[in-house]
Write a protein of this length. Structure first.
Length: 214
């Protein structure tokens, strides 16, 4: 499953890179043609999700690809959010609930965004969708109840994500602060998955580096 996720992300990045190359000839004056994006922070569970998840350290990686001559950009992103996990319902055949476990998301999102510059500051918003899976741990006991085995359950998840952010540009590098709302169309243990990722990070401006511009 992890191999499929890696291959899917690589395919998206490759396709987006070709899109950037074709669009670059049409918009030579655009200053934010191609960014890479790397962020870290926390993903805060909301609603029913807070019954079984609590935030831990999370990371995101992706690209920002400028479209045309305006502020539109394409935003492919992988979200690797970690949560403290407390199991709230038993699986069939289980007799023991797990507490203080660790759950992890492997989610890919492809969004369309718009960025507006004010000097070195920029503000942006985005909306997109995607999916992936969430790993949740579980404990199985043997028939005598003496041996416990921890297993991971894969929960497939389709998502819709919308967010806003701001960034400040230092020549060929930007720092950003971003918040979004992630809505899952599937459930984890009969409860809807929803979270609010908060992240800070950096975006090297690859178009400036490639072109040798400040």
């Amino acid at each position: 499953m992890k191999l499929k996720l890696t291959l899917s992300l690589a395919l998206i990045i490759q396709l987006c890179s070709f899109t950037s190359l074709f669009a670059q000839a049409d918009s030579p004056l655009r200053r934010d043609k191609l960014y890479t994006s790397s962020g870290f922070g926390f993903s805060i569970p909301v609603g029913e999700t807070s019954d079984y998840f609590q935030p831990k350290f999370s990371t995101t990686v992706g690209l920002n690809i400028g479209l045309g001559n305006g502020g539109l950009f394409l935003y492919p992103k992988a979200s690797l959010h970690a949560y403290k996990y407390d199991q709230v319902t038993l699986h069939p055949g289980q007799t023991t609930l797990l507490e203080d476990g660790r759950a992890t998301t492997y989610l890919l999102n492809l969004a369309l965004g718009y960025r507006k510059f004010h000097g070195n500051f920029a503000y942006y918003g985005f909306l997109g969708g995607g999916g992936g899976f969430i790993l949740t741990p579980r404990i199985d006991l043997d028939n005598a109840g003496l041996v416990a085995t921890q297993k991971n359950e894969n929960v497939g998840m389709a998502i819709l994500e919308t967010g806003i952010g701001m960034e400040y540009s230092f020549n060929k590098l930007s720092v950003f602060l971003e918040s979004s709302f992630m809505h899952g169309f599937n459930k984890v243990h009969d409860r809807r998955f929803q979270s609010v990722p908060l992240s800070i990070g950096i975006r090297p401006n690859l178009s400036s580096i490639i072109n040798g511009k400040k």
